[in-house]
Design a protein around this ligand. Sequence first.
Ligand SMILES: *Cc1c(COP(=O)(O)O)cnc(C)c1O
Length: 343
Amino acid sequence: MVNIKWEELGFNYIKTPFRYISHWKNGQWDEGQLTEDNMITINEGSTSLHYGQECFEGLKAYRRKDGKINLFRPTENAKRLNRSAQRLQMPAVPEEMFIDAVKQVVAANEEYVPPYGTGATLYLRPYLIGVGPNIGVSPAPEYLFSVFCMPVGPYFKGGLTPSNFIVSEYDRAAPFGTGAAKVGGNYAASLLPGQHAHDRNFSDCIYLDPATHTKIEEVGSANFFGITHSNQFITPKSPSILPSITKYSLLYLAHERFGMEAIEGDVCLDELDKFAEAGACGTAAVISPIAGIQNGDDFHVFYSETETGPVTRKLYEELVGIQFGDVEAPKGWVVEVETKVKS
Ligand SMILES: *Cc1c(COP(=O)(O)O)cnc(C)c1O
């Protein structure tokens, strides 16, 4: 067994033994292979370095009580990678190739999938980059697709404990820009506002709709949801929000399993009083309750500054229960990884 204190893991890079890599050239992907080398060498003219021709994904492998390993809706990640790729003029990664790469990486690094009950998971990072000789602003002649992984704990320190967020004066995306694509460029632009939020002791910043700055769009690198006093689940709808798979899963669960009205609509900053609870959701964030939101001089508290609301907790338990195989999953949501090692 590897020597890792699973309970103490944060969200940090750890080198695991194997990663998958495939090279696209002359219109096709090569065989793809696992490698132990965690360094890549690319041409200095690569578009990923100069023009941000890069997109990525994030998903997790979950150790079940019976020792087997689950992936959560990986086909949705494959589809989203390809939508991002299309937006940046990159070749698609066939869905089967994506899933196969993810499964190979999990199986090869099986020992690094944290034990059930520790709260930790194996985070997988697929990415696609433009490489090869280039200098003009045009799509790269070649591409690399890789998947690497590492065991992680909660993304926001504290897990299911509420934390505070601050409304940013910066935008992360433009109305017809790349907000809905999971691309590195969006993140480069978020580093400064993120730093400002951290400097003032907030978990991250809240981004507003870029056109009017009156509605909530994103919570750092996670989606926003709120529970109204009349038990509606509401999450913002906008073409510049990254379509979170976790968010769509919660919309479904809120409606199908808890009989709530589940709505994608506007979340206006001047109507926060209608929410009894609020949270951030995403693969890394899972569900992180929002204690309060600072907006200029105004500080709005939702459920409580220290306690997690009952609906947020119920949704969290359902989602995490499904991911770890303790709660029955809607059809097709959970994909098992075959491993060589007997668990
Ligand atoms: C990846 C991401 C999310 C969360 O999406 P999931 O599919 O739930 O992991 C939310 N917002 C941004 C900006 C993201 O990049």
